[in-house]
Write a protein that binds this ligand. Structure first.
Ligand SMILES: Nc1nc2c(ncn2[C@@H]2O[C@H](COP(=O)(O)OP(=O)(O)OP(=O)(O)O)[C@@H](O)[C@H]2O)c(=O)[nH]1
Length: 660
């Protein structure tokens, strides 16, 4: 009897690996060796009981025969992120049954792959299980824990500084505007004139603080910008009055709208003669951003980042908008902040620029931010000065983290180092599994395409960048460089200089190149790369990197054969010539006919033969080329059935490099 029981030690609890859900089975059901769905109830567990959980999970797997004896489950709760084997365990099916079912749907999964929402729905339907999803991250979601604590706790809300993101099309003046506001000139020194690094700065107006997040202009930074919009209270969309609405203006507006953030339009470059603010207004009104003076609800502030015109108005408008939003926070709480930018700095280690959302951060706080955790060693304000604390709405640079946290990650302070470490570890494992799942999943369509091509050609790359934001932007752009034939395979991507281990990794995978952005290899690394035959390419401008990789990828693709028409002739007579066979007496009606080139014989509009010109004569002489309007005798290799009225079309095939 004991043998056929589902569980032994944890008498009334089966909790499956990595899930925060437990199933409690009553004693009666156990005696019957069955689980009646109506007798299943779920229990929340935290990650701190995971060890026990895994032990139970292993026990179950060791005795699969007993699992099969259990009647099919008809209702389950599963996490939003669930792997194939976990799902199979949950519904008491074998992994192969689930994989087979997925295969019949045209997708190939391995047992460790995460199922997507659609697959779960279809599987649930196929296996007749009622599935409800729960968020399995909750068990280690420190952000949720923080928020819940805030709801329950006493609030000491005070006004906080608004957080502003400036967005807009390339060269419309984002950097200049921010610089003017900060009365600093950083734009001039930047490589390629593009803002490469995201920073956050604070300015004062009427005795109140305003925080600006500086977001880069290149479209590759779209993702980061959309994150920028998440921490942002108000978005300023800069539109150059002499250029009007451009693709990235629209994109910025879409991001702001999606984030539900109020938009203020800064109509910039008003000092220019060609400035046409009314056109900007009309163009934006078409996008649903109608100016207040046209009866809409959006502030349009004419400014010039060059002369400073309108800048004070813009700041006033920001404060008015902030008043409407009633931005409040509780500085007496522990901190919650958003990572805006992060990097690995020599001598300093991981460095993160954060904007405080709630609470206060202090030197000595124990914090966690995604995979990073640690004790705050130092805090620097936007001027690089050491500070003891930072308040809600303020930007601050945090030193002392264990790793470089991802941009957009939430940082909070926790009570003990152990808790911080636990959260970070769990998050790292979660991300690793997700990444693994992403790389192993191949759809059948992809597979058949690969098979058809012999093999999918890939360009393996290792990316190293100075800051997290750039790294993500590069990764995002490179992942997009692909078609059915070729793609970029990111072997590894990380922050920091190019190291010997990068070279070792590159030399381990064939034809792998190392791409460095704002980082350089040292002498030894260069030497190692040279002897290992590993190519290292370094860049300061993101466009150049993307262009180069695009060129390399297209180089892997089979060349495209393009046909170029050379000429056409009509057959007027056909002669039988000894030794030469049938010769078509033609008149060239277009272009030229050349000896040796490829031709087609067209009869009544239909191609009836394709070959090449074997002989070409004008009267008795062999010639290489006959031009339009001239008569000639054309011999076609391997073809004698030429008839009067046929057309001979000559063409050449040009090999061209394939484009993506
Ligand atoms: N005349 C005039 N020129 C301006 C004004 N604002 C910006 N510019 C110029 O426009 C160019 C682009 O300005 P940036 O501030 O670099 O534009 P950006 O939008 O930050 O550009 P990215 O960072 O590349 O996206 C620079 O040459 C500026 O000097 C303005 O109000 N008037």
């Amino acid at each position: 009897m004991a043998d056929t029981n589902i569980d032994t030690e944890e008498e009334d609890m089966i909790v499956l690996p990595d899930l925060n859900v437990g199933i409690t089975i009553n004693e009666e059901a156990k005696k019957k060796k069955q689980i009646d769905p109506s007798q299943i109830r779920t229990t929340k567990k935290t990650n701190f009981v995971m060890q026990g959980i895994q032990r139970v999970g292993r026990k179950r797997r060791r005795r699969p025969s007993q699992v099969q004896e259990v009647e099919a489950i008809s209702a389950i709760e599963i996490p939003e992120e669930i792997r194939v084997y976990e799902f199979a365990e949950k519904i008491n099916k074998s992994v192969s049954e689930v994989i087979k079912e997925l295969f019949s749907l045209g997708v190939m999964f391995t047992k460790n792959d995460f199922l997507d929402k659609d697959s779960i729905e279809i599987l649930a339907d196929t296996f007749g299980v009622n599935v409800t999803t729960v968020n399995d991250q909750e068990a280690f979601d420190y952000v949720k824990a923080y928020d819940e604590e805030g709801e329950a706790g006493e609030q000491h809300l005070v006004e906080r500084a608004p957080v502003i993101t400036i967005m807009g099309h390339v060269d419309h003046g984002k950097t200049s505007l921010l610089d003017y506001i900060r009365s600093a000139k950083v734009a001039a020194g930047e490589a390629g004139g593009i803002t490469q690094h995201v920073g956050a700065y604070m300015v004062e107006k009427n005795g109140r603080n305003i925080t600006f997040i500086d977001t880069p202009g290149h479209e590759a930074f779209t993702e980061m910008r959309s994150r920028g919009a998440k921490v942002t209270d108000i978005v300023i969309v800069v539109v150059a009055a002499d250029d009007g609405v451009k693709p990235q203006t629209k994109e910025a507006i879409e991001h702001a709208k999606a984030a539900g953030v109020p938009i203020i339009i800064a109509v910039n470059k008003m000092d220019k003669e060609a400035a046409n603010p009314d056109l900007v207004k009309a163009q934006l009104a078409e996008l649903g951003i109608t100016p207040i003076d046209w009866g809409g609800e959006h502030e349009f502030v004419p400014v010039s980042a060059k002369t400073g015109m309108g800048i004070e108005d813009l700041l006033e408008t920001i404060l008015l908008q902030a008043d409407l939003l009633e931005l409040k926070a509780d500085p007496s709480r522990e901190v919650k902040a958003t990572v805006i930018e992060s990097s690995l700095e020599k001598g300093r280690g991981p460095v993160a620029t954060v904007v405080i959302e709630d609470g206060t951060i202090r030197v000595g706080d124990i914090v966690v931010a995604g995979i990073a955790f640690g004790k705050v060693k130092a805090l620097l304000n936007d001027l690089g000065q050491s500070v003891k604390e930072a308040l809600p709405g303020e930007p601050v640079v945090v030193l002392g983290l264990s790793e470089v946290p991802g941009a957009g990650e939430t940082l909070i302070s926790v009570k003990t180092d152990k808790i911080a470490r636990e959260y970070a570890k769990k998050k790292a494992e979660y991300l690793r599994q997700k990444e693994l799942s992403k790389t192993t999943k191949v759809s059948l369509d992809d597979l058949s395409a690969m098979i058809a091509e012999g093999a999918l050609k890939t360009l393996p790359v290792i990316i190293k960048a100075d800051v997290q934001g750039s790294l993500e932007a590069i990764k995002g752009s490179l992942e997009k460089i692909r078609n059915s034939e070729t793609k970029v395979h990111i072997v590894s991507a990380g922050i920091g200089g190019i190291t010997e281990s990068d070279v070792a990794l590159a030399s381990a995978s064939s034809d792998c190149i190392i791409l460095g952005f704002h980082v350089r290899p040292t002498g030894i690394v260069k030497e190692k790369a040279r002897s290992a035959g590993v190519e290292i390419k370094t860049y300061n401008i993101i466009y150049d990197l993307i262009d180069d990789v695009t060129n390399l990828v297209t180089g892997l693709m089979a060349p495209v054969i393009r046909e170029e028409n050379i000429g056409q002739a009509i057959v007027r007579e056909v002669f039988a010539v000894p030794k030469l066979g049938h010769i078509a007496g033609c008149i060239v009606t277009d272009g030229t006919i050349n000896r040796g080139v490829k031709i087609r014989v067209i009869r009544d509009g239909v191609i009836i033969y394709e070959g090449s010109v074997s002989s070409l004569k004008r009267f008795k002489d062999d010639v290489k080329e006959v031009g339009k309007g001239y008569e000639c005798g054309v011999g076609i290799e391997g073809y004698t059935d030429i008839k009067v009225g046929d057309y001979i079309e000559s063409f050449k095939e040009v090999e061209e490099k394939a484009k993506l």
